[in-house]
Design a protein around this ligand. Structure first.
Ligand SMILES: C[S@@+](CC[C@H](N)C(=O)[O-])C[C@H]1O[C@@H](n2cnc3c(N)ncnc32)[C@H](O)[C@@H]1O
Length: 353
């Protein structure tokens, strides 16, 4: 997936094996088998959970409750509104992936476990994941170097202002600004801004749909995930292609290129939301450009911009949210496209990473 553009916090949510530390106290009044299950099962992946559920009736019941809770909120409570999975076409109750609300620097995810589906364990522990916003301009004492000094940034006077509609690059207040998190010039910093749901399609896998009317130009969400080097993106791209050729596998590796007026690419961001990301990873491609447009947003003081999605037209309730993955189709035998738009080319866009 490529994007060309012209010129609640991830650190809170993951546990490594060591960080998970000593287990919480179990309830001694419960039968021994179940004593700690409520604390352990939320950390299991779907196949582990399925195996455990086969071992006894009580564990089957508990696993089922966890599955139902997982299907009711893909965001694991990290977004303000729950984001449910809805499936009437096959038996997949939900799609497993680790949740982050923002861009994070790549990390060894195999060490990470993120609890999901239980009220007994909430995903609130500290993590070693580094937010990409920590990569910024700092002074000798490590303080963010640029930002506004406004007490309130309303009225268009703020030097950071500049996010106003559908142009390709926007600017917002950032970590070095004096204003607080409530500042009106931090439009894209509060996670998913609209009510959405994840719906299973027969041929496209999961897709994201509006669950409310979304007005044209409204900010919808950013594309969150792991920020990769180009070398690592190329390695993963090859690996994901292999998996996709073996059967049903959906990757969510997005390459964003920003261009100078001369047409030369001047910035390349590789964002992989396949294993760690937010719900933007479920946005499918449409050959007609869909109903979302993208824009890079720079926060003052942060070195790297973030890719944000806005509604490019009024979007009614239930409509699928889509955008164009790109124009280029390098591989003649690319994956089939089922966008169903009158301008459908028949294959999904593909480029060399
Ligand atoms: C970013 S993911 C989108 C979410 C994905 N459908 C899922 O189930 O996780 C990209 C993948 O979705 C599928 N996809 C996206 N748009 C599609 C389309 N128009 N037709 C067919 N498959 C599509 C392809 O498998 C693609 O590699």
């Amino acid at each position: 997936m490529q994007v060309n553009l012209n010129g609640r916090v991830p650190e809170r949510q993951m546990l490594t094996a060591e960080e998970s530390g000593p287990p919480k106290r179990c309830n001694a009044r419960e039968p021994p088998l179940l004593q700690c299950a409520e604390l352990v099962l939320p950390y299991l992946n779907p196949s582990e959970l399925a195996n455990v559920s086969l071992t006894s009736k009580p564990l089957f019941k508990l696993s089922r409750t966890i599955t139902i809770r997982r299907a009711s909120d893909a965001s694991r409570t990290f977004e303000t509104l729950p984001i449910p999975f809805l499936n009437t076409v096959d038996s997949h109750p939900y799609a497993p992936f680790l949740y982050t609300r923002s861009l994070v620097l790549s990390s060894p995810l195999s060490l990470l476990r993120q609890p999901w589906g239980s009220s007994a364990v909430s995903p609130s522990a500290q993590s070693r994941l580094l937010s990409a916003e920590s990569v910024g301009f700092v002074d000798g004492e490590g303080r963010a170097m640029s930002g506004c000094e406004c007490e309130a940034c309303d009225g268009g006077e703020c030097p950071c202002a500049g996010l106003d509609g559908l142009d390709d690059v926007g600017r917002e207040c950032g970590p070095g600004c004096w204003c607080g998190p409530e500042c009106g010039n931090r439009l894209t910093r509060n996670g998913v801004a609209v009510r959405v749901k994840i719906v299973r399609h027969r041929r496209k896998g999961w897709g994201l749909h509006a669950d409310q009317l979304i007005a044209k130009s409204q900010f919808v969400f950013e594309y969150a995930g792991e920020l990769l080097t180009t070398k690592e993106a190329q390695r993963r791209h090859q690996y994901y292609d292999e998996l996709a050729s073996q059967g049903r596998f959906s990757s969510a590796l997005l390459v964003v290129r920003e261009h100078l007026p001369s047409g030369k690419a001047c910035l390349r961001l590789n964002i992989d939301a396949t294993r760690l990301g937010n719900i933007a990873r479920f946005v499918n491609h449409s050959c007609d450009g869909g109903n979302l447009s993208t824009k890079l947003v720079r926060s003052s003081g942060a070195l790297l911009p973030r890719l944000c999605f806005f509604a490019s037209k009024d979007i009614p309730v239930d409509e699928e949210l889509t955008f164009s993955y790109g124009e280029i189709r390098k591989r003649s035998k690319g994956l089939p496209c089922f966008c169903n738009s009158p301008s459908c080319v028949g294959t999904l866009p593909s480029e060399d990473t």
